[in-house]
Every structure is written in structure tokens, then in C-alpha cells.
Design a protein around this ligand. Structure first.
Ligand code: FAD
Length: 326
């Protein structure tokens, strides 16, 4: 095991290194959200050779407008917190790759991560902290019109719908937060809810009363999204009597929950009934040498501080494994 004692560093300087396919990393972290970034800090401070590969830094935090429950900050914009995570991690001589998808994991004594840029990375241990992604509706038109009026993040895309007509699918916290964001800028917002009531927190539902440009259609589902290169209308079906109706609009925000990004390790480690990676209280998966942390795991309560804490635990468990088993 190679030790790295370069821990006294200048805060502003990036010391991160390109990912190296010729290195055997002690720990390879897959993901760039709070679980991964915390794991990276703990691994580097333990002096183990570490790589981190991710499609994007910040994960879901990058899509959060404001965070008010992360200790030390009474109010911080999601993107500002992400910048702080990035700056902290890049103080270390960590192998760091952003904008890269891990396409496949090969579980051998030296584990392999096959990347979409053609490289293969090697590691003694893996920390899988790939988080969650928005659930799709899986209706005709959704895939074709994604980014052309079909959206999954109101924080990112609400400003694009200034003065336009939009729908939000989903009556939970994400859906109602999204509807509120949109009602501030859009001409009109229609909330489409599968159930006969909203399931968001009362405080959020109450704040809908402040908007006159918003209506709610209960017990309906979207069956098709129409448009020629941009969203023009949707078809909704009544779940009560099967009748259909068309709604003309410019955009549709799909806010029906999140699914764990566990496909990479499906068939390698045990998943639970929700597709989350089953871990024990030390972040161990069913396979020795593969650890997991954050929203992709079976740990309840998906929050930044919890993902961070789990990332720390996964890192310490991986370091312990390197000392004892490798
Ligand atoms: C709109 C919204 C608002 C929220 N607000 C709050 C809040 O106010 N307070 C709070 O505590 N929590 C909040 N949360 C929840 C919080 O953001 C998550 O619990 C937390 O980000 C989970 O961290 P994570 O590291 O486990 O996963 P994620 O943040 O999901 O990060 C996963 C990372 O893995 C990467 N990845 C996935 N698959 C691959 C792959 N194959 N190859 C490479 N990289 C991959 C992704 O790109 C991403 O960077 C919010 C979430 C959302 C969606």
C-alpha cells in the first residue's frame, strides 16, 4: 500500500492529478456528491492512494437552490456548497476525473472500472457513491423532447419558462417545490397529481395559496407528451373514469421521485427491494472490498449531512480493509 503524507497544503491551490490507468488505487471512489467528496477527504487524510471519478461534482446538491440544514451554514446556495466541496477535495493529490461516466465494474482481486472515455482504472477497493437520479415517466415523447421542454430540475430550468405555460407532474415535496419555483416566473402552472391529494409537507402546500396562476388536477396521469422539436401539449388520463384530455403548454417538469444509480453493481453486490445497495453499519456491501455510501444505499433519510457522514464511514472502512485484508 502506497502512503501519501502530503497533507499540509495551500487551501486555494488545486493539487488534483489526472486519473491514471497505470496506477492501482488503494481506493477508487465513484461519484461526486457529498458522500464521494467526504470519502475523498478522509481517504487522502489517511494517506491512501485515492482516485475519484464522476460525471459531475456536487450531485444533487448542484441542483438544490438553497441549503439551510447543513451544519455550519444557516443559509448557503447549493452551488456555493459544491464549490466548497470541490476546493476542499482538490487540495489533495487525488486522482480526479470529472465529466466521466463509469460504464462497468469488474470485480476481481484488483477491481476494474471501465470508463466511457476508453480508459480502465484499477483499484484494491471501491466506494460506490453514485447517488440517485430523477425517475422518468416512460411515456411517448418524454425521451424525444427531453431538454426541449421536458425537464427534471426546476432549480436549473425554471428561468427558461418565464412567461410560459408549464405543468409539474407530482404532488410530493419535489413537485410542490418545483411548482412554487415555476409559479414565480411562468404565466401558468398546472400540477398533475396521481392521487386524490397532495403528499407534500403542509408548509409547502400552504404556500401554494399565495399564487393565482396555478391549478391542480387530481387523480390524473400523463400518457403522452407531444411536440415537433419542442413541447407543445400533453395528454392526461383520468384514473377515476379513464377519460382523456389535452393540455397545451410549453414545458413539463417531471418530479415523481428518484431512483438509485445502482445499475453499475447490479449482479455484483446485493441490492434491496428498492434497488438500493444493501450495506451494513460500516458501509460494507455483500462483496469484500466494495463499499458504498449515500443515497444509493439502503441507509434511510437521504440528506447531505447523512451522505457526508456515510462517505466518511465508507472511507474509514475501506482504509481498515486495506490494512487488514490486502
Ligand atoms: C432538489 C433537491 C433538493 C435537496 N435539498 C436538500 C437540502 O436542502 N438538504 C439536504 O440535506 N439534502 C437535500 N437534498 C438531498 C441531498 O442532495 C442528497 O441526499 C445528497 O446529495 C446525496 O448525496 P450522494 O453523494 O449520496 O449522491 P448524489 O448527490 O446523488 O451524487 C451522486 C454522484 O454520482 C455521480 N454518478 C452517478 N452515476 C455515475 C457513474 N456511473 N459514473 C460516474 N459518476 C456517477 C453523479 O453524477 C453524482 O455526481 C436535496 C435533493 C434534491 C434533488
Amino acid at each position: 500500500m502506497e502512503l501519501n503524507f502530503n497533507l499540509s497544503v495551500m487551501p486555494q491551490d488545486s493539487r488534483a492529478l489526472p486519473l491514471d490507468p497505470d496506477v492501482i488505487y488503494d481506493v477508487l471512489i465513484i461519484g461526486g456528491g457529498p458522500a464521494s467528496m467526504t470519502a475523498a477527504v478522509y481517504c487522502m487524510r489517511k494517506g491512501v492512494t485515492t482516485g475519484l471519478v464522476t460525471t459531475g461534482i456536487g450531485g444533487q446538491v448542484a441542483e438544490t437552490s438553497v441549503v439551510e440544514n447543513y451544519l455550519g451554514y444557516t443559509y448557503i446556495e447549493g452551488i456555493e456548497l459544491v464549490d466548497k466541496f470541490r476546493e476542499h477535495v482538490k487540495q489533495f493529490e487525488i486522482g480526479f476525473g470529472e465529466g466521466i461516466i463509469v460504464e462497468q465494474i469488474v470485480n476481481e482481486r484488483i477491481k476494474k472500472a471501465v470508463l466511457d472515455n476508453g480508459l480502465t482504472l484499477h483499484a484494491r477497493t471501491l466506494i460506490i457513491s453514485t447517488g440517485k437520479s430523477p425517475r422518468r415517466l416512460n411515456v411517448p415523447g418524454e425521451r424525444e423532447l427531453a431538454g426541449k421542454g421536458v425537464a427534471y430540475c426546476s432549480i436549473c430550468d425554471a428561468p427558461l419558462f418565464k412567461g410560459k405555460k408549464v405543468a409539474v407532474v407530482g404532488g410530493g415535496n419535489s413537485g410542490i417545490e418545483s411548482a412554487i419555483d415555476l409559479a414565480r416566473v411562468a404565466e401558468h402552472v398546472t400540477i398533475i397529481q396521481f392521487l386524490d391529494k397532495l403528499t407534500a409537507d403542509k408548509i409547502l402546500i400552504d404556500s401554494l395559496n399565495g399564487f393565482s396562476n396555478l391549478n391542480i388536477i387530481y387523480e390524473h396521469e400523463v400518457s403522452e407528451i407531444h411536440g415537433n422539436n419542442k413541447v407543445e401539449s400533453i395528454t392526461v388520463n383520468s384514473r377515476k373514469n379513464g377519460t382523456t384530455a389535452g393540455i397545451e403548454l410549453d414545458g413539463i417538469f417531471i418530479e415523481i421521485g428518484l431512483i438509485p444509480n445502482s445499475g453499475l453493481v447490479k449482479g455484483i453486490v446485493d441490492l434491496n427491494e428498492f434497488g438500493e445497495i444493501q450495506i451494513d453499519c460500516s458501509c460494507k456491501t455483500s462483496v469484500p472490498g466494495i463499499f458504498a455510501a449515500g443515497d444509493v444505499t439502503s441507509v434511510p433519510y437521504k440528506q447531505i449531512i447523512i451522505a457526508g457522514g456515510e462517505g466518511a464511514k465508507a472511507a474509514l472502512s475501506a482504509c481498515d480493509y486495506l490494512l487488514r485484508e490486502v
